[in-house]
Design a protein around this ligand. Structure first.
Ligand SMILES: Cc1cc2nc3c(=O)[nH]c(=O)nc-3n(C[C@H](O)[C@H](O)[C@H](O)COP(=O)(O)OP(=O)(O)OC[C@H]3O[C@@H](n4cnc5c(N)ncnc54)[C@H](O)[C@@H]3O)c2cc1C
Length: 396
């Protein structure tokens, strides 16, 4: 067993932290206020290799391991506390990997170099207005028409709809296939027959969330991922990867909250001494710290497991991987939220102001509690299925 990072991993982690401190922290208020990540921030991310970093070098990426990507996700979550940049980062790292693994050569050549350069956005579209947890019940339909596919239906709460329209790019889109099964297709947002609408969210304002409507939108067959009717499996593979990076971003945000809290309770005086001298506050800090440390190493182990199996296309350890990933997606957002909430309370009234900067994190992390990349109960269902068997938990 080896817990030490390699020299390469340590150096990249340090570079990502410097980037987080110098670029993301200084822009996070602007990102939140303007509802977009500035072009110069995306350009700096591209330069450091942070965009779709799992994508092989042949398509402009770093071919980064899941462990290296996990380390970077921690730093992005720590740097932009609103979580908007983390979402941009992890969608492209997770779904870029899926496109690189299952996309046709022509699609990879067309899409991935632009994504890794920050000149196009890549996301995922599975959720519909009628629900996101029960994916098998989706209504968006796709049918083959000669050498193209025709898409009809609506997706909702999809991240990056506006970015994909503005920058170019699109979403890996899951749809019910004519004749059974599901297809996963890369669907460029600017294609004819596609309309977008931005929703007004409460947090992570720097990346849009909205609806995509397909009115018999035509998609060339080269945009199909893998084999026809096997799209559900590819989508689940993508969620496994993306959920690990979501959890990593939550670890970074939790650490940022605790660092902010520690600095505050060392200084803030009450009853003639710093808050940090009160055992009630110290014990709360210690309890939060131990939870963050525990989940951090669980997340890193989940990333290590991805490197051993799914990232190489090996499904033989699926149960072990599913247990590890669903565990961290269940706990990391809750721990991060609790850290921010507690630190806000140490700040007292000041914590409730925008000046303290803590509400940014609270609003962003909340997106992972309500459902982004899968609701908490869905993680519980996956864990229950793995622990008890499908006869107890008959969900796919
Ligand atoms: C900010 C944000 C960004 C998002 N980005 C994307 C994106 O890029 N692409 C995309 O496709 N989707 C995206 N989503 C949608 C996300 O995937 C869904 O929110 C999620 O899958 C849950 O679906 P739902 O919101 O329709 O909730 P529902 O499926 O209606 O579920 C509602 C609640 O009930 C719980 N629940 C559901 N089934 C059960 C059950 N069997 N037992 C117990 N509890 C249950 C859920 O956990 C949830 O808490 C995003 C969501 C948010 C908030």
């Amino acid at each position: 067993m080896e817990f030490r990072l390699s020299d390469e991993e340590r150096a990249f982690q340090e570079a990502a932290r410097r980037f987080g401190d110098r670029v993301l922290r200084t822009h996070e208020r602007q990102i939140d206020a303007e509802g977009t990540i500035p072009a110069e921030v995306l350009a700096a991310m591209a330069e450091l290799g942070l965009l779709a970093m799992t994508v092989p070098e042949a398509y402009g990426g770093m071919g980064a391991s899941a462990v290296l990507t996990e380390l970077a996700a921690e730093e992005v979550g720590r740097g932009d506390f609103s979580m908007a940049t983390a979402v941009f980062f992890l969608l492209e790292a997770g779904w870029g990997h899926i496109l690189a693994r299952h996309g046709t050569e022509a699609t990879k050549q067309e899409v991935l170099p632009a994504v890794t350069a920050g000149k196009a956005f890549l996301g995922v579209a599975t959720t519909e207005p009628t629900g996101g947890s029960d994916l098998a019940a989706m209504r968006t339909a796709v049918r083959r028409d000669g050498t193209q596919f025709v898409l009809r239906g609506e997706k909702a709460f999809v991240s990056g709809v506006e970015e994909a329209r503005r920058l170019g790019g699109g979403h890996l889109t899951l749809a019910k296939a004519d004749g059974g099964g599901f297809d996963l297709l890369y669907v460029p947002t600017r294609a004819e027959g596609i309309a977008t609408q931005r929703f007004e969210n409460m947090g992570r304002m720097g990346i849009s969330t909205g609806a995509l409507t397909y009115a018999d939108a035509k998609v060339p067959e080269r945009y199909l991922l893998g084999e026809e009717r096997r799209g559900f499996d590819y989508a689940m593979e993508g969620f496994t990867v993306a959920r690990t990076f979501v959890s990593a971003a939550c670890v970074g945000a939790a650490e940022r909250a605790l660092e902010t809290g520690i600095a505050y309770i060392r200084e803030r005086q009450a009853f003639g001494q710093p808050l940090g001298k009160f055992e009630a506050i110290q014990f709360e800090l210690v309890d939060l710290y131990t939870q963050v440390e525990a989940v951090k190493w669980q997340v890193r182990r989940a990333a290590w497991l991805l490197d051993q199996y799914p990232l190489k296309g090996d499904r033989s350890h699926r149960s072990e991987v599913d247990l590890a990933v669903a565990s961290v997606k269940l706990t990391a957002p809750q721990i991060a939220f609790e850290c921010v909430k507690r630190v806000m309370m140490w700040f007292g009234a000041a914590g409730y102001t925008k000046d303290a900067g803590l509400e940014l994190g609270l609003r962003g992390i909340m997106s992972y509690l309500v459902g982004a990349e899968g609701g908490l109960n869905i993680m519980r269902i996956i864990l229950g299925r793995e622990l008890l068997g499908k006869e107890f938990v008959p969900y796919r």
